[in-house]
Design a protein around this ligand. Structure first.
Ligand code: FES
Length: 161
């Protein structure tokens, strides 16, 4: 099987039963970003728990107006970051979050970066609108934000052309 075919098959498997889709009730943080490349959007919710005196990610969920790759990477990412500290999760690049899918085709790299951006936004480390939960005003729904065009765009380093 060629690399593009293997990638397409893994994406298909991941989106057949995506994990952790939807708003996370009682989330401690939320981050929303849009892609400057394709105009898609992704929102991620994160809930923490205490473990051995450390704050770790208990659960993360997502919603997206994005392509199949973005859905697949976000689904994988929400599973991969569970149990990690925010610092450990922030240390992961989009490429690492997408690693189970195999090497990303160049045109799909920005999809993984969208997931990375939403995670960074949720964890308060740019580039979107991460916010602590309980103290913040309710966020607009993803569709409200999508149609308003008020979402910060992920700045994507061009590693290809
Ligand atoms: Fe927009 Fe993949 S093409 S997120």
């Amino acid at each position: 099987m060629s690399v593009p075919d293997a990638f397409a098959q893994k994406v298909e498997e991941a989106i057949r039963n995506p994990k952790n889709v939807g708003e996370l009730e009682g989330a401690d943080a939320v981050g929303t970003v849009g892609s400057g490349d394709c105009g898609d959007m992704l929102r991620m919710w994160v809930k923490f728990r205490e473990e051995d005196g450390k704050r770790v990610i208990d659960r993360a969920t997502f919603q997206t107006f994005g392509c199949e790759t973005a859905i697949a990477v976000a689904s994988l990412a929400t599973e991969m970051i569970a149990g990690k500290t925010p610092e450990e999760a922030l240390a992961m690049s989009g490429e690492e979050l997408a690693a189970p899918l195999g090497p990303l085709p160049p045109v799909k790299i920005h999809c993984a970066q969208l997931v990375e951006g939403a995670l960074r936004s949720a964890l308060g480390s740019d580039p979107g609108e991460g916010r602590g939960p309980e103290t913040a005003a309710p966020a607009p729904t993803l569709i409200q934000q999508f149609t308003s065009g008020a979402t910060k765009k992920v700045v994507i380093a061009k590693k290809h052309d």
